[in-house]
Ligand binder design. Sequence first.
Ligand SMILES: NC(=O)c1ccc[n+]([C@@H]2O[C@H](COP(=O)([O-])OP(=O)(O)OC[C@H]3O[C@@H](n4cnc5c(N)ncnc54)[C@H](OP(=O)(O)O)[C@@H]3O)[C@@H](O)[C@H]2O)c1
Length: 463
Amino acid sequence: MVSLHLLSLLINLLKVGAYNIVSSSPLRLGIAGLGTVGAGVVRLLCEHADLLKTRTGRLLQVVAVSARDRTRDRGIDVTGLQWYDNALDLVQDSNVDVIVELIGGAEGVARTLVEKALKAGKPVVTANKALIALHGYELAMLSADYQVPLLFEAAVAGGIPAIKTVREGLAADRLLRIGGILNGTCNHILTVMRKTGQEFSTVLKEAQDLGYAEADPSTDIDGLDAAHKLTILAGLAFGRPVAFDSVYVEGIRHIAAQDHIFAQHLGYRIKLLGLARKTQNGLQAHVIPCLIPQYAPLAQVDGVFNAVIAEGEFVGRIMIEGRGAGAGPTASAVTADLVDIARGHAMTLWGVQSEVPEPVRACPISTGEAAFYLRLQVEDRPGVIADITAVLRDYGISLQSMLQYPAEKETLSSAESYASSYVPLVLMTHHLTSESAMQAAVAQIGALRVVTDTPVMIRIETP
Ligand SMILES: NC(=O)c1ccc[n+]([C@@H]2O[C@H](COP(=O)([O-])OP(=O)(O)OC[C@H]3O[C@@H](n4cnc5c(N)ncnc54)[C@H](OP(=O)(O)O)[C@@H]3O)[C@@H](O)[C@H]2O)c1
């Protein structure tokens, strides 16, 4: 018995030894783009070299890099690394095993580099959400044709392991919906507006000064960035790429400080949500500002944080929260993909083993139903409410509540005159209100003489 035990111990030791010998060759990386994320990845690979070697059995070694400006101080040491002015040259370098694309943009060098690398049989890791959202179908075909992995954990919600959660952790379940708070800039702006009562433009300016918003903030605040991430999440959740141009997108520019006050008064908070779900009409996928109940877990996610929610038939609801951007969190996600490659874990792009599925189009938002918050600025005189409710009646829209708030001082041009004083009026509709009816009614209400400013319509969600 003793000798048998010793024999088995010896075999196990040999197995460990053999495993180390087989997997000990360094994984040699070529990194294109040394900006916020690229420099962060180089730093993490350096600081966690031993940890990563323990976890993968291999050294994750940067051997070549590319960026535009060779002289720029990036806070990282690139001496001894092969430098390429042309990122595409990384693919030809026989010392490079894996291409890490951290340049960004759906077209241009980033796209060409990824395509070239896949065709050359080199695995690719990217953080490029625009690229995957817009060209995920074609890239999945390339990845399948050349049998090369293309990983993109950092493309959705930065440091939150959202892709792995959906593609691997939830692989056994049929998902019913997916989404969440997918843009930290918008969440920061909405949070500060709510907490301070400041208007959108003031908070945006402060966010730009703090580095939480870009000099050109449109990709974030107009919802495009969140739509890229939602498109990817929906593709993974439902096992099929989603046509990006079919995703309905609204930003947060039209949200005013008073909307936060009214929402709070009514028991809600305003969040920019990306949500995709399967309905009888087909796939719904949209990025829209929403009123969500104050008690909802997503309502507690404030500041630059992101949160991803998913709901499956067996698992029920889950939510994961964390930092959705920044050098550290994003580098952590990029490197987790490199760890997968080092360990030999391969995964198809959309998580299905069949032929690459064709993209599906989300159905138009006008086919949906929701509850709506509608804020109007109206003349403070008799008959106004009758005019507005007449329009709603004509479109078959029933109200759940209507609140008239006292006029703010600055909205009154003359305190004595009915005709020249304006008051905010907030309407909440029934939860099964047709989107198309609501849009038509709001257009008509906005044109009424008694309505003195563009109506603000926000959908109500219970995420
Ligand atoms: N920043 C985040 O928190 C974050 C989070 C998640 C995902 N991402 C994604 O990560 C990617 C990189 O973002 P980032 O914030 O790191 O961008 P970034 O700071 O603007 O860095 C871009 C890098 O690409 C280099 N570059 C630009 N054009 C190039 C070219 N033609 N050839 C070679 N290098 C070129 C730039 O070189 P120079 O430095 O010489 O100008 C720079 O180093 C994007 O896809 C982004 O969407 C970013």
